[in-house]
Design a binder for this molecule. Structure first.
Ligand code: PLP
Length: 443
């Protein structure tokens, strides 16, 4: 009998015994291509440089508490993250994962307004169908309602506006630009409805990952969001936990939208699975407000600034920017996009193919013309995940793409080291898995 508490109690997953490039090998020797352990694995499972950096750090010191010390690896990582960061992002708060990063961002936004003498601006505005983490604060901000339902009452100072989701939101005859402005302007309406002096921040993913399947914003959307935030002194938090660290072909995903936030969160790809690490970056101005105020960000966890995790993060970042993997992500992303388009572009059950870099989404529909989703009780996404895994592919199918209840998508996020043959393998296996899942329903 196992004493592990699995994600689903009925789960009896195989044991991951060994990593081999893009593959995980289980106890029977079966190989699984890792195209979506939640978009964490950006370097594959046997990166010698990252492993060496971790070992070297362990030989020096594994951990030193930030109540007393900083470390070479944390300093070096913060310097480099800040060096490449867009806009005025300048200070880096290292944490252990994505939820810790967004939770810290929410608290920093609240404390920032307080320290400026603006009183309690507590409200966070987020978007429907968003996911910002599983801690109660991050979950309250998230707009993915089924995840929230069991845990109420959640924090009440949160509200949600529509996401930028052109495939379903754009009206007949409306240009993409007009659509973007219309949905962005909903933020201004919500700020005015709640009262600007009650709103701390707006949080959004530049490219929506898990909950919607690599949905990019239309041109102009985030520029308008930035203007609205500036107009009302509302901080803009960008959650790049999934889409950041090069996944979209840009080191910071928001570079593609031509804007910079006040606070930015990264995780997943920062540790690339080698260590648990995340980071919250904030502007010099926010940092100085705290510095000149109480001088103390009233937040923290035991493992913040962990030297070994920071050493891993530094090595991952170096692989991306010094070893050309960012460019490789862009190049292979283009090839994957073409291959997906060629294979699924005419598929009657594929409504939309989207994404950026090696962050690709496939939205499945019952009817391509009407965009009618599958009946949620068919659990098409779960069946695809199961079929793909049986065929040796890890990807990230999800249900509730449209409104938390209806709609299925598949997120594909392979490592940046993929070769042309891997692109073929991903597309072939996905094709087979989709046919398995739909075939089982007689579709
Ligand atoms: N934010 C986004 C956009 C995510 O996709 C996730 C995880 O999937 C999180 C936050 C939470 O990160 P973690 O699971 O590392 O706590």
């Amino acid at each position: 009998m196992s004493h592990i508490f699995p994600r689903h109690t009925a789960m009896r997953p195989p044991r991951a015994k060994k990593g081999d490039g893009c593959y995980i090998v289980d106890e029977t020797g079966k190989r699984y291509f890792d195209a979506g352990g939640a978009a964490i694995d950006c370097l594959g499972h046997s990166d010698e440089k990252v492993t060496k950096a971790i070992k070297d750090q362990l030989d020096k010191i594994a951990f030193a508490h930030t109540g007393f010390f900083t470390s070479d690896s944390a300093e070096a990582l913060a310097d480099r993250l800040a060096e490449f960061a867009p806009g005025d992002l300048d200070r880096v708060y290292l944490v252990s994962g994505g939820s810790e990063a967004t939770e810290a961002a929410i608290k920093l936004a609240r404390q920032y307004h307080l320290e400026r003498g603006e009183g309690k601006r507590a409200r966070i505005i987020a978007r429907l169908q968003s996911y910002h983490g599983n801690t109660l604060g991050a979950l309250s901000a998230g707009g993915n309602m089924w995840r929230r339902e069991p845990f109420g009452p959640l924090l009440v100072e949160m509200s949600h506006i529509d996401p930028c989701y052109a495939y379903r939101g754009q009206r007949d005859g409306e240009s993409l630009e007009d659509y973007g402005l219309r949905v962005a302007n909903a933020l201004e309406a919500e700020i005015l409805k709640q009262g600007p002096d009650t709103v701390a921040a707006f949080i959004a993913e530049p490219v929506v990952g898990a909950t919607m399947g690599a949905v990019t914003a239309v041109p102009g959307y985030f520029k308008r969001i930035r203007e609205i935030c500036d107009k009302y002194g509302v901080l803009l938090i960008l959650d790049e936990v999934m889409c950041g660290m090069g996944r979209t072909g840009y080191l910071y995903a928001c570079e593609a939208d031509g804007i910079a936030p006040d606070i930015l969160c990264i995780a997943k790809g920062l540790g690339a699975g080698y260590q648990p690490i995340g980071a919250m970056l904030c502007t010099k101005q926010i940092y100085e407000t705290i510095e000149e105020g109480t001088g103390f960000f009233q937040h923290g966890h035991s493992y913040i600034g962990h030297p070994t995790a920071a050493a891993a993060g530094g090595a991952v970042l170096s692989r991306l920017v010094d070893d050309g993997l960012l460019e490789r992500c862009r190049e292979m992303g283009g090839k994957l996009e073409t291959a997906l388009q060629e294979r699924f572009g005419q598929n009657p059950h594929v409504g939309d193919l989207r994404g950026r870099g090696l962050f690709r989404g496939i939205e499945l529909v019952a009817d391509r013309e009407t965009k009618e989703p599958f009946d949620p009780s068919l659990k098409i996404n779960a069946a695809i995940k199961k079929a793909a895994f049986a065929r040796g592919l890890m990807c990230y199918p999800f249900g509730g793409t449209i409104d938390g209840k209806r709609g299925d998508h598949i997120l594909v996020a392979p490592p940046f080291i993929i070769e042309d043959s891997h692109v073929d393998e991903i597309v072939d296996t996905l094709d087979g898995a989709i046919k398995d899942a739909l075939g089982a329903q007689g579709i």
